[in-house]
Design a protein around this ligand. Structure first.
Ligand code: MN
Length: 231
C-alpha cells in the first residue's frame, strides 16, 4: 500500500497546531488490484464510487474503485489494463449484504462492478435519487451542487474527465477520486432527514432496492428505454 500526502490540509487548522499534530489527519490510501483483508471490518455502510475509461460499461473498463467508511481516510483500488479483476477482498466487501453501499448515481457504479467484478454491490443508498425525490425545487442534482448546498463545501470536478487507465495516477486524480466518496455519508444523513420530513423515506428505499435491477437492464440491452413508459 502506498500513501501520498494531500496537496492541501482539508481541515481547518486548530489554533497554533500544525496539521500533522491533529488527531484526524486525512489520508488517501492507494491499493493495486485489491484491498487488504479486514479493511472496513465492522462497517455498516461504505461509500463507493468508480472511475472507468468512459461511459459505455462493456467497452470502457473499470480502472478505479473508491471506498470510504465515512471516517477520515479514503481508499482507492486501481486495476491495471491486463487485470483479471480477481480482487477477492474487495468482492467480499461489495457483496456483503450487511453493508449498505452509498453511491451518487449508483446505477452506473453498480453496472460497472457487476460487469467487471461479477458481484451485486448492494444494498444501495443513492444520494442522487434521494436528491431528486426531495430537492424538487431544483433540477441540479450533481454531487458538487449537493455538497455545496447541503454541506457548504466546495468539491472540485476538474479531474472528472481524465485518463484513469494510465500507469500512474496524478495526485490531483487521486484527490479527485477520493473526494467523490468523501461526503456521501454526511449527505446521506442530511438527505435522510429531509426524506423523513416529507414522508418519502419508503419510496426512496424502494428506488434504492431497484437499483441493481436497473443496472442489470443497462447491461442487458435496455440502457435508455424507460420500461415503465407507455410509449
Ligand atoms: Mn467519480
Amino acid at each position: 500500500m502506498r500513501r501520498f500526502a494531500l496537496p492541501h490540509d482539508r481541515r481547518p487548522c486548530l489554533s497554533g497546531r500544525a496539521p500533522e499534530a491533529t488527531a484526524l489527519r486525512m489520508t488517501v490510501h492507494f491499493h493495486e488490484e485489491d484491498i487488504p483483508a479486514g479493511l472496513f471490518a465492522g462497517a455498516s455502510s461504505i461509500a463507493v464510487d468508480t472511475e472507468t475509461m468512459g461511459l459505455i460499461t462493456p467497452r470502457d473498463r473499470l480502472c478505479v474503485v473508491q471506498l470510504s467508511d465515512g471516517g477520515a481516510d479514503e481508499h482507492l483500488v486501481r486495476f491495471a489494463p491486463d487485470s483479471d479483476y480477481a480482487a477477492p477482498n474487495l468482492k467480499a466487501l461489495l457483496a456483503d449484504r450487511s453493508i449498505t453501499k452509498l453511491y451518487h448515481y449508483g446505477r452506473f457504479d453498480i453496472a460497472a462492478i457487476q460487469h467487471y467484478l461479477g458481484v451485486v454491490a448492494a444494498p444501495a443508498w443513492d444520494t442522487k435519487i434521494a436528491s431528486r425525490l426531495i430537492r424538487t425545487y431544483t433540477d441540479r442534482h450533481g454531487l458538487k451542487e449537493l455538497v455545496r448546498e447541503l454541506l457548504g463545501q466546495d468539491l472540485s470536478k476538474a479531474q472528472q474527465s481524465s485518463d484513469w487507465g494510465g500507469p500512474d495516477l496524478s495526485d490531483a486524480q487521486k484527490e479527485y477520486a477520493a473526494s467523490d466518496v468523501r461526503y456521501l455519508h454526511r449527505l446521506r444523513e442530511e438527505l435522510e432527514r429531509r426524506l423523513a420530513r416529507e414522508g418519502r423515506t419508503a419510496i426512496a428505499q424502494a428506488c434504492f432496492d431497484f437499483l441493481p435491477s436497473r443496472a442489470a437492464l443497462d447491461l442487458a440491452g435496455w440502457p435508455e428505454q424507460d420500461i415503465f413508459a407507455h410509449a
